[in-house]
Design a protein around this ligand. Structure first.
Ligand SMILES: *[C@@H]1O[C@H](CO)[C@@H](O)[C@H](O)[C@H]1NC(C)=O
Ligand SMILES: *[C@@H]1O[C@H](CO)[C@@H](O)[C@H](O)[C@H]1NC(C)=O
Ligand SMILES: *[C@@H]1O[C@H](CO)[C@@H](O)[C@H](O)[C@H]1NC(C)=O
Ligand SMILES: *[C@@H]1O[C@H](CO)[C@@H](O)[C@H](O)[C@H]1NC(C)=O
Length: 189
């Protein structure tokens, strides 16, 4: 129901191209984050404070876009099938956009569902890594168990900024929490 509401909200904006006068539920991106608490890495589902809005940029004008802040640098990484990245901390506060393959992040010592995130490369492949060494002693493990290579874009934020967000809950975002963008798929014919 929330997806439908959010869809209607943005759709109305798309079709009318007008600022909305009625209050309507804004759709925000949720991303799985590798965060830290009490010196240890934890998985959390973060909801971005900045919601999707109707873009006014040439080329995307009229479609939904969410501004996620300023970044610096872009590293394109190819991880072979079956690669084990081992235990490590995030080198920087950064976005990682998996565009192909599969990445499985585990938190050592947490065998509960809250301790594992499986990220499939593609449209739902964006995560945020914030367990830098000053906040997490040992970090997390990342493995790439796919049958193809996994491709990830590491995108550190400017000045190590962490995007403004609300923690929805401990553990990775659920399928429901990342597929809300599907409601944006049907634009103006
Ligand atoms: C991003 O950088 C621009 C230009 O320096 C600045 O105006 C803007 O406030 C920055 N945005 C954020 C979220 O820091
Ligand atoms: C931890 O280090 C990162 C850079 O690696 C920095 O951006 C962040 O602000 C630091 N956090 C704290 C709590 O000191
Ligand atoms: C997982 O996290 C939720 C909070 O999102 C908590 O209620 C639950 O107890 C945790 N489950 C385990 C097994 O730790
Ligand atoms: C984010 O999560 C909320 C539920 O908390 C959901 O209504 C919304 O559709 C999700 N956003 C996306 C883009 O999936």
């Amino acid at each position: 129901m929330q997806i439908i509401n959010a869809f209607n909200c943005i759709y109305r904006a798309l079709v009318t191209f007008a600022a909305m006068t009625e209050p309507c539920l804004a759709l925000s991106l949720n991303v799985t984050a590798i965060s830290a608490q009490n010196g240890a890495s934890v998985l959390e589902c973060w909801q971005m404070n900045t919601p999707f809005v109707v873009s006014t940029e040439a080329g995307t004008a009229g479609s939904a876009s969410a501004v996620l802040g300023n970044v610096t640098g872009l590293t394109y990484t190819v991880l072979p099938a079956g690669f084990d990245g081992g235990l490590h901390v995030a080198p920087k506060n950064q976005w990682v956009a998996f565009i192909k393959g599969i990445a499985v992040v585990t938190i050592p010592g947490d065998d509960s569902p809250n301790g594992t995130a499986t990220i499939t490369g593609g449209g739902f492949g964006l995560i945020f890594a914030a367990d830098t060494k000053n906040v997490s002693k040992i970090g997390h493990i990342t493995r790439y168990p796919g049958i193809t290579e996994t491709v990830g874009l590491a995108i550190p934020t400017e000045d190590g900024e962490i995007p403004m967000h609300k923690v929805l809950h401990r553990g990775p975002c659920s399928a429901y929490e990342v597929t809300g963008q599907l409601g944006l798929a049907t634009g103006r014919g």
